[in-house]
Each structure stands twice: as structure tokens, then as C-alpha cells.
Design a protein around this ligand. Sequence first.
Ligand SMILES: Nc1nc2c(c(=O)[nH]1)N[C@@H](CN(C=O)c1ccc(C(=O)N[C@@H](CCC(=O)O)C(=O)O)cc1)CN2
Length: 300
Amino acid sequence: MTATVIDGKAFAAKVREQVAEHVARLKEENGITPGLAVVLVGEDPASQVYVRSKGKQTVEVGMNSFEHKLDVDTSEEDLLALLDELNADPAVHGILVQLPLPGHLNEDLVINRIDPAKDVDGFHISNVGLLGTGQKSMVPCTPLGCLMMLRDHHGSLSGLNAVVVGRSNIVGKPMANLLLRDSCTVTIAHSRTKEIEALCKTADIVVAAVGRPEMVTGDWIKPGATVIDVGINRIDAPEKGEGKTRLVGDCHYESCAEVAGAITPVPGGVGPMTIACLLANTLTACCRANDLAEPEGLTA
Ligand SMILES: Nc1nc2c(c(=O)[nH]1)N[C@@H](CN(C=O)c1ccc(C(=O)N[C@@H](CCC(=O)O)C(=O)O)cc1)CN2
């Protein structure tokens, strides 16, 4: 079997198109422009790229983008004061603090200072609790993107066996909750899971989010299963020349693609969906703030 490739780049472009159409209608019919504030502390090169990309795509779909770039040694007090300002600003419907933060800042404290209604990353403890109890919340962007691709590929997910490999607060746990909400039978596997290969082989859906390059191989996959690879790992690629690198996922693509029914590539799979879903979440937050109907198909 050779798997169908789930093209996250093309899917993300469609999501952005839908967001842009909805934003145009909001402006025309309600005179409202959604606004997203992105806060970056420090100069981590990867974070700078992601923040630039978020700002560019926000403007491209017709929203207002507010970028706040702070010094690496910004105090917690100053960062919290900025979040208070953004919470109170009616032109800002979504707020996110790019992660990881420099070590002297308490990530939980910072994230929990964001107004939950503006928490477009879905990381605030209130949103975590709402999602965990199956209530309306802001949903973390990467798992939301995975869910959209799975729903598009399978139609209904009801009754499918899903194994989520990885138990992070940002991907593994919210992904498991979303799959549960769509009536999958869900298992979370992690570094201490016994016979993890055999467990994955029972799954109709495997979501790999462990941050270990190419850990999941084809012999872990049930023939015809869907493999969603959340990992983004840069590894040495001597075959491309000295000092060269390449991106790989948490799944060994070639061997998994031989067995799976469908698979997301890295790059070009889950990654692009993360920013597309951030835009969708900002639109959702704006609609909720103004008591307007939420965009269909862009929420969990
Ligand atoms: N506040 C947040 N911080 C971080 C998040 C997040 O969702 N919220 N996620 C990641 C980084 N991230 C967005 O912020 C992100 C990562 C990767 C991609 C992406 O499109 N990746 C490409 C490959 C990019 C490359 O060439 O390096 C792909 O997979 O095709 C988008 C967004 C951590 N921090």
C-alpha cells in the first residue's frame, strides 16, 4: 500500500481563504476588523520566523496584526503589564505569547494572565478545563489543525481507535480530548508505555507528537491506518553536503507511507495548519466577543 498524502499546505491555504471571506463579510456587514496581538520575548531564531509568518498571514486574511517584540531580559512584571493592556484593548480579539519563553519567565503565570476569551492558543487553564469537560473553549491550534485534516479525510471519526504518542499540554493532551469528543477510543502513549509498537498497531489513527525524530516506523502501523505526524525535527543530512540539515517528523516517512492509508508529510503537513488555525481562532474569538455567529467548519 502507498499512503494518500494529506497535503497540509494546500489544506491550510483553503482554511485561510475561508477565514478571509468571513473577515471581509464582518467588515462589510458589521464594521468590525478582527485583531491579533503576538508577543515575542527574545530573539530565538525559529520563534522569529514563526512570529513573522503569523503577522504576514494575519494581514493577508484582512485582519489587524499587532506585534510586540520585547527584549530577552524583559521582566515578568513588564510582560504581565503588557498582557493587561492587550486584554483591555477592544481592537485586540486574540492574544498569543510565542513559546518557548526565556527561562526567567514563568510560562504558566504568563499564559494564565491572558483573558481566556482572547487566548487564541487555547493554553489558558480555563480553556484547558473547558476542552477537557467537552465545553465550548478556545482550542490549541496544532491539535485543531490535526482534527480538521482527520475529519476531512475520514468524515466521521466515531468508533475509530486512536493512539496519541506524546502527552504534552500543547499537543498530546488536547489532541486526545478532541478525538474523544469526536467519539474515538483514545489511548495516550508516552516514553514509559509498554509495548508501544503493538499498541500503535491497533490504531486506526496514530498522532505522533513526541519530538523524537523518526521514532514511529512502518512496522508500528496497521495497514490502512491514518498517520498524523506533528513532529518537526532538524537533523544532520551529510548526504546533502557537509554541515547540511533536513527536517523530519516523529514518524519515519518512507516506511510509514508504505503501510498507512494516509499520512501527513513533514514539512508541509501539520505545521502550516497551526498558523491557519490561529487565524481561524482569532476570527472565532472576534465573533464571540461581538455575539455574532461563529464561522462554520473552522472550530472544533
Ligand atoms: N504560542 C505558541 N508557541 C508555539 C506554538 C504555538 O502553537 N503557539 N507552536 C510551535 C511553533 N509554531 C507556531 O508558533 C509553528 C511551528 C511550525 C510551523 C510550520 O509551518 N512548520 C513547517 C516547517 C517550517 C520550517 O521549515 O522550519 C512545516 O511543518 O511544514 C508553523 C508554526 C512552538 N511555539
